[in-house]
Design a protein around this ligand. Structure first.
Ligand code: CA
Length: 228
């Protein structure tokens, strides 16, 4: 396998260095951009396999960089992992909704960062799942065509919305979905799911899943994630 190339967009030198050092040690090739403008330029010219993007940048900020990366056909498919400060949940939500894949909150341990990046790269490397394919994860089996869910071989009775919610989250384990993304992902023809009702649906789904309900994790201030 060829070396993966990761672009780091971060203005603080010590964090640049920390990330660069740890990624290099893991065998990744790295480039560093210190401003959003530079990040966009390198994103287009270097075509990295992944971009680590700090949100707090001088000049155009990380969210704007993300927006521009995702609307440019030359860069839209490059996964983005945001670096965010504590308490920036609304920025995390905005970034995820702009198409960022994941985020790591500062201060972070290099180990956690490397693990997140590796997971994002691994997910990208997987052939995309067909909407109708069976999902098997932990002790859960989801059969989209039969609209059936089995936990430990036992069939559950889920509503349409609960089923779609489970299929969405379990179909991309490890990824955080914001409420807005969930609403969009499970919208049925005659169902109006709202931001708030997502929480209600999650509560109901967890209850029906019993022990397996713990796989649906709440990410405070951001949304929900199915345990990888
Ligand atoms: Ca910064």
């Amino acid at each position: 396998m060829s070396t993966r190339h990761i672009l780091i967009v971060e203005d603080e030198e010590d964090i640049q260095e920390l990330v660069r050092y740890n990624l290099t040690r893991e065998g990744y090739t790295t480039s560093v951009a210190s401003t959003g403008e530079e990040g966009l330029k390198y994103g287009r010219s270097k075509q990295p396999d992944l971009i680590v993007l700090d949100l707090m940048l001088p000049g155009i900020d990380g969210l704007e960089v993300c927006r521009q990366l995702k609307k440019d056909s030359a860069t839209e498919s490059i996964p983005v992992v945001m670096l965010t400060a504590k308490g920036e949940e609304s920025d995390i939500v905005a970034g995820l909704e702009l198409g960022a894949d994941d985020y790591v909150t500062k201060p972070f341990s290099p180990k956690v960062l490397v693990a997140r990046l590796r997971a994002v790269l691994r997910r990208r490397g997987r052939p995309s799942q067909l909407e109708d394919s069976v999902i098997r994860i932990h002790d859960i089996e989801i059969h989209p065509q039969r609209h059936e869910v089995l936990v430990d071989g036992k069939q559950l009775r889920l509503t349409y919305t609960e089923f779609k919610l489970l299929q969405l989250l379990a179909g991309r384990p490890g990824l955080v979905f914001t409420r807005y993304q969930i609403v969009n992902g499970i919208r049925g023809e005659d169902y109006a799911v709202t931001d708030r009702s997502v929480d209600v649906q999650v509560v109901g789904l967890r209850k029906k899943l019993g022990d397996a309900g713990r796989y649906i994790e709440t990410v405070r201030g951001v949304g929900y994630r199915f345990k990888d």
